[in-house]
Design a protein around this ligand. Sequence first.
Ligand code: PNS
Length: 177
Amino acid sequence: MKKVVAIYPGSFDPLTNGHLDLIERGSKIFDELIVAILRNSEKQPLFSLGERREMMEAMTQRWKNVGVDTFEGLMVDYAMKVKATAVLRGIRAISDYEYELQMALMNRKLAPNVETVFMMPAEAYSYLSSRLVREIAQIGGSISGLVPELVQRRLQEKIDPALKFQQSRKRKTGKKE
Ligand code: PNS
């Protein structure tokens, strides 16, 4: 029987428990699932491509049919390169739908043989996004339960030096903010 290979593309900056929830669901319905991390030259990511890959590999090694890779350029070109016939995307709320539909239809126009499959993460993660996690962590709020502990530690390591620097600058200039 034909093996169905799917890719799960995204920025994963950083990966969240919502992403892992979706990867677990995807690993159950596809024969092989490749988490494809975008090398995004436009946006300035918080974590480098290498860091995102390393965290993703550590957190997905428990699923034997899940692999991790990086890509640049068009997602459908990458999908065809790895012989994937499906693209997994998560839809959390109606607000995601418009953008996801537009992207799925454009991708279908570019590569008619690659099908987009939408899955919903657990309700507990329906409000969760990497952008909010970055924002909360950068302001010093708690992200416990939103990302794996490994990611939480890496976020703290990344953000703490910046906070320390800001605080020492404030002390030096006597600036109140
Ligand atoms: O995690 P994100 O940022 O929502 O993922 C978006 C992603 C990586 C799936 C999308 O930006 C993408 O596919 N980028 C690659 C370039 C591409 O193929 N663009 C055309 C989309 S129709």
